[in-house]
Design a protein around this ligand. Structure first.
Ligand SMILES: [Zn+2]
Length: 410
């Protein structure tokens, strides 16, 4: 028995059912390496806790009685996932398999000008309303996962710095939100959460060592080593955006010069395009100069506009330089690129791939190195939802009992 009263066999059985989705008792027995009678006893205990249920019968290849399939009880591992970016807050109701039951996007401006106490209250209200509208009261939710951009100390549950969003410094959001919601809260950085989503449901499936690079308003990275996101001391790992590629380049918000974030993020590209248009550079973008956004630049590049193509190519090349440094240092199987800069146009990914082929040592698998993420805007919420489910399954029986206590005391 482990300290919390859950046996190792129960955890092993739960984990196999979670990974397999549906499985028969005899397959389970073979996979976990427990005898048939022991497997049956473990399953019976998990069924009594309401964690596992029978899901119908499998089509047996042999005549005779079809065998019963087991699966996790989906209601017992629903979590609310929240991804707070600089522009939008994405909320998702997720179950143990990463199934998205409900999704909502609101503007991050809901937090503008709020104190930390007010942010906690606003976020708790947002989560409560979302869960209720999705038909699942908060008392039936096992945990809440919150992903944030910035430097996030995941282990201590603290938002250390969010350079694009003042007011979130030294903010113990995990514990304060958990106290308000009366529920466990898991806090992580958005790029790391996206890396978890890639590892479980995206292009990173089957890879143990890969880099996820998030190129949007800011540039961040999730580093997966031996199948786990690498946090670094105090959550500092993954600040790819602050790698210097040009010591004389533009000033970054961090105070240094020439960070790739200052020249190659979506925000930097839009600012640079406006500056060039004001200077009279010929481009189809001149007609939308006042309201210019990254989507306009990507569309113009796809239509062959030279200014847009040039800006995106340069951004991709600088990104390629930074990624090459990381690859030569860490020796990854692959790199997955996500975020607004790679969603709408292939130019950035092509330029970055070209540089990586030149810079990375030939022993690293160059041909399959750079891939585009297919998970879209929901990746951050999905990833932090999966992290919250993982947390529930660290000691599932205890968690479910805690939730039931909350349900009956409310
Ligand atoms: Zn910087």
């Amino acid at each position: 028995m482990l300290a919390n009263g859950v046996s190792r066999s129960e955890l092993a059985v739960l984990d196999v059912i979670r990974v397999q989705g549906q499985i028969t008792r005899s397959e389970l027995s073979a996979t976990v390496g427990l005898g048939t009678a022991m497997t049956a006893r473990v399953v019976q205990r998990l069924q009594a806790f309401g964690l596992v249920r029978e899901a119908g019968r499998s089509l047996s290849p042999r005549p005779g009685r079809p065998t019963v399939l087991l699966e996790l009880h989906p209601d017992d591992a629903r979590v609310v996932a929240v991804d707070i970016g600089t522009e939008t807050v994405n909320l998702m109701l997720v179950d143990v398999h990463g199934t998205n039951y409900s999704y909502l996007e609101v503007s991050s401006s809901v937090f503008d000008g709020l104190t930390q106490d007010q942010i906690v209250a606003c976020l708790a209200a947002l989560i409560g309303d979302f869960a209720r509208d999705a038909g699942t009261p908060l008392t039936a939710i096992g945990a809440t996962g919150v992903a944030l951009t910035g430097i996030i100390d995941t282990a201590r549950g603290i938002s250390v710095i969010r350079s694009n969003t003042p007011g979130w410094e030294r903010f113990d959001l995990r514990d304060r939100l958990g106290h308000t919601l009366k529920m466990p809260v898991i806090l992580d950085e958005t790029s790391r959460a996206k890396a978890v989503a890639e590892m479980r449901l995206g292009n990173g499936r089957g890879a143990s060592n890969f880099l996820f690079v998030d190129v949007g308003t800011a540039i961040g990275a999730g580093i997966v080593i031996n199948g786990k996101p690498y946090l670094g001391e105090g959550g500092l790992a993954g600040e790819l955006g602050h790698i210097t590629v040009d010591p004389n380049g533009p000033l970054c918000r961090c105070g240094n010069r020439g960070c790739i974030q200052a020249s190659s993020s979506a925000r930097a590209l839009v600012e640079r395009a406006r500056e060039l248009l004001r200077g009279g550079v010929y481009s189809s973008l001149a007609t939308v100069a006042e309201t210019l956004n990254l989507h306009d630049i990507a569309s113009a590049a796809n239509a062959g506009d030279k200014l847009a193509l040039g800006l995106l190519t340069e951004a991709g090349e600088r990104l390629g330089e930074a990624i090459s440094m990381a690859l030569n240092l860490l020796g990854m199987e692959m790199v997955i690129l996500g975020g607004s800069l790679v969603q709408d146009s292939p130019v950035v990914l092509e330029a970055a791939s070209r540089i990586v082929r030149l810079r990375v040592l030939p022993v690293v698998g160059k041909d399959r190195t750079l891939l585009r993420s297919d998970l879209g805007r929901e990746a951050g919420a999905l990833g932090i939802g999966l992290e919250a489910v993982d947390w529930l399954f660290d000691s599932p029986v205890e968690r479910i009992l805690q939730r039931d206590n909350r349900r009956y005391s409310n």
